[in-house]
Design a protein around this ligand. Structure first.
Ligand code: NAP
Length: 345
């Protein structure tokens, strides 16, 4: 079976997903696109020779189109909620780039709509769960290889940030990926957040507080510290180390040759996040396509995970502003999303 996908939003990531579905992945084709900028939509399908794909004037008409089996939402964040809700109402599968919705209440509305529909239709684009390094970390935790996890230390460093990047975006655009992957890694829920601001780098614009250190605590007592440093200059660098009772595991360095030259031993680092996670983007979408084509439940991040990310991000932004510990108060996880047992204290 070939899954017929309609893409809503043909900006940077929308076009990149059209490229990977058309050129790299199997089992799906792009049959429809829409964007507030019709020229951008036309260019996106032209670039990949998709002469049969139709351009729709808006998300709702694309979702209603009979030739569309599934939608891929890659418009700007505030538009996601409407598209996802309409997708669920039409009984169509939805792959939604983060954020699922820009508010926790919006995510909760999607969760309720999906439960009411009675079948999981939505996968959120938190691609790190498909990164081979994070998968190995999860296997190490689940197999008991390092014993009970006690602490996690992470770093999320970008060489530089855009002029419009603000202090809260360090949470909502950057740390959001750690928020999703870390609770999945240890199968636990967050209960509180704190944010500390060390000495500010001279390489950040005056309005931006950079770096910052975010501390999350889980229900089971695991303490997670993450350094967010978006003007670190030297490269794009993602680190994660889990300290357990019996040992420690950490993410591998990026694959690359080591070199010995001019009296130095070295290896190149990446500069762009797209290169670091390029395989994960392929895998997350291939998994979405395969699950639907093989009539299996979706395996990726759910609407509930989108809700968890929104609630946690809100608490982190509050902690940035208050300088205090802020509670992360999640509703009880519905049975519909697995209701798995969490790590005990
Ligand atoms: P972008 O380049 O600005 O693309 C967004 C596109 O959607 C633009 O073409 C925009 O048009 C269009 N758009 C806005 N509202 C729309 C609507 N109501 N219906 C249809 N199209 C609409 O942004 P991007 O970098 O591709 O990001 C898109 C989304 O993906 C964001 O939510 C972002 O957070 C997420 N993202 C996720 C990752 C990841 O690692 N998972 C990476 C990058 C982006 P205009 O330009 O005319 O407004």
């Amino acid at each position: 079976m070939t899954l017929r996908i309609g893409v809503i939003g043909t900006g940077a990531i929308g076009r990149d997903h059209i490229r990977r579905i058309t050129c790299n992945l199997s089992g799906a084709e792009i049959v429809a696109v829409t964007d507030v900028n019709a020229d951008a939509a036309a260019l996106a399908i032209e670039s990949y020779g998709l002469t049969d794909a139709k351009i729709y004037p808006d998300d709702l008409s694309l979702i209603a189109a009979p030739e569309v089996d599934a939608i891929l939402v890659a418009s700007w964040g505030p538009a996601h909620q409407q598209s996802v809700l309409a997708g669920i109402a039409a009984g169509k599968y939805v792959f939604c780039e983060k954020p699922l919705a820009t508010t926790a209440a919006g995510c909760r509305e999607i969760v309720e709509a999906e439960i009411k529909h009675g079948k999981k239709l939505v996968q959120v684009g938190f691609m790190r769960r498909y990164d081979s390094g994070y998968i190995q970390l999860k296997q190490a935790v689940e197999s008991g290889f390092i014993g009970e996890p006690l602490m996690i230390r992470c770093a999320h460093r970008n060489p530089s940030s855009a002029d419009l990047y603000t202090t809260d975006m360090a949470v909502t655009d950057t740390f959001i990926h750690e928020i999703d992957v870390l609770h999945w890694l240890v199968n636990d829920d967050y209960v509180s957040a704190r944010v500390a601001f060390p000495k500010k780098t001279r390489n950040a614009l005056p309005h931006l507080r950079d770096p910052q250190v975010i501390t999350l605590e889980t229900r089971g007592g695991i303490l997670i510290t993450t350094e967010i440093f978006v003007n670190c200059k030297y490269g794009y660098d993602i680190q994660c180390e889990i300290i357990g009772e019996e040992g420690i595991v950490r993410l591998p360095e990026v694959a690359g040759i080591t070199y010995r030259k001019d009296a130095k031993l070295g290896m190149n680092l990446l500069m762009d996040w797209k290169d670091r996670f390029i395989d994960s983007y392929d895998r997350e979408l291939q998994d979405f396509i395969d699950c639907i084509n093989q009539n299996r439940d979706l395996q990726g991040p759910t609407s509930w995970d989108g809700y968890v990310a929104a609630v946690t991000a809100d608490a982190c932004v509050r902690a940035q502003e208050s300088g205090q510990e802020e509670a992360i108060e999640l509703d009880e996880k519905p049975e519909f999303y697995g209701g798995v047992a969490l790590r005990s204290v």
